[in-house]
Design a protein around this ligand. Structure first.
Ligand code: F6P
Length: 354
């Protein structure tokens, strides 16, 4: 059996740990040959691949990014490099030339949807979900999320010491797209005084009131705001639009917007930090290394058992799988009555509600 692996979409900590686990489990338990496809689906068009074995994946469990490279704009069914032409036949020709019996695809919902279309062309595939946003439907956790939360938590710790020294309001903007998981968990872990989520449109007046109340007590304020958060009746803050991307909108900038709104309403100086891609880079946490390893081994077992068209998932503490058709195009937001939202309220965190 010859199995290909590719990583698609944005990178995240833990991708290399999955590549390593899939490769080792396929070699050790199935006697398979494994090849890495480079730069996501682009590698199938540009005929770029390399053999993977125990030596080439050694030491990868702790390494951030992806050794295979990735691409978040290449859809062979609508290839931008060829005026949106359908280049899937070209990709399949390379698959046949390599002699691939199956493809393990590590990516988000967009990557899964593309991979699923290759099934119809005769390429069996298995999916492994990844994103720092933790917003994929059907899995309670994605690897990369815990690492991003750790960065947010540490950043708030650091902002806290300087905020308290100067009596400032510090705004920290996190990633997360349209879901607030990173801001919520990171904000709780870093002891933010205000946490603002896309799922709960906020009131600037309520945030300012919390800052003033803390000022009156001689306290600084830490605000953790998700990039997808917006004031009630307001709109999303878009940083840029990438027209040839399957998902063209890039969010960013709501932290600075909030700073400008708060400045006339509070006495303290207000400063903003945009964490950006620091949340995606670097070494995965121990939790993410283990989750990525479990996901990789489970994916190899799905290949071994011929269970194609399925995506690995974590439900509770169990590694399981579900049909990719169930997850395609669906995301998972923070329920407004989620236990962590309740924990935030119970511990006096403002969620920006009037
Ligand atoms: O989906 C992961 C993510 O990091 C989001 O949190 C963020 O909005 C987006 O990707 C940024 O994408 P890019 O790296 O293409 O700017």
């Amino acid at each position: 059996m010859h199995v290909g692996i590719l990583t698609g979409g944005g990178d995240c900590p833990g991708l290399n740990a999955v590549i390593r686990a899939v490769t080792l489990a396929l070699i050790n338990e199935c006697g398979a040959r494994v090849s890495g496809i480079e730069r996501g689906f682009l590698g199938l068009l540009e005929r770029r691949s390399r053999p993977l074995d125990a030596d080439t994946v050694a030491g990868l469990v702790a390494e951030g990014g992806t050794i295979l490279g990735t691409h978040n704009r290449c859809d062979p069914f609508r290839y931008f490099g060829a005026n949106n032409a359908d280049c899937s036949a070209q990709a399949m020709a390379y698959v046949r030339e390599l002699g691939l019996d199956a493809l393990v695809v590590i990516g988000g919902d967009g990557t899964m949807a593309i991979a699923y279309r290759f099934m119809a062309l005769g390429l069996p595939m298995v999916g492994v979900p990844k994103t720092i946003d933790n917003d994929l439907f059907g899995t309670d956790r994605t690897f990369g999320f815990d690492s991003a939360v750790a960065v947010v938590s540490e950043s708030l710790d650091r902002l806290g010491t300087t905020a308290r020294s100067h009596g400032r309001v510090m705004v920290l903007e996190t990633m997360g797209r349209y879901a607030g998981w990173i801001a919520l968990e990171g904000g709780l872990a870093g002891s933010a005084d205000v946490i603002l989520l896309p799922e709960l449109p906020f009131s600037v007046d309520a945030v300012a009131a919390r800052c003033r109340e803390r000022e009156a007590r001689g306290l600084a304020t830490l605000v953790c705001i998700a990039e997808g958060a917006a004031a009630a009746g307001g709109h999303l803050t878009v940083e840029r639009t990438i027209s040839d991307s399957p998902e063209p909108i890039r969010l960013g900038g709501v932290g600075r917007w909030l700073q400008a709104q708060l400045e006339p309403l509070v006495q303290s100086e207000v400063r903003t930090t945009l964490l950006g891609h620091l949340q995606r880079g670097g070494s995965p946490t121990a939790y993410d290394r283990v989750l990525a390893t479990r996901f990789g081994v489970h994916a190899a077992h799905l290949v071994r058992d011929g269970r194609f068209g399925e995506m690995v998932a974590l439900q509770g503490d169990a590694c399981t799988s579900l049909s990719i058709t169930e997850v395609a195009g669906r995301t998972r937001k923070v329920p407004v009555d989620h236990a962590l939202v309740q924990a935030a309220r119970a511990t006096g965190v403002s969620l920006g509600q009037p």
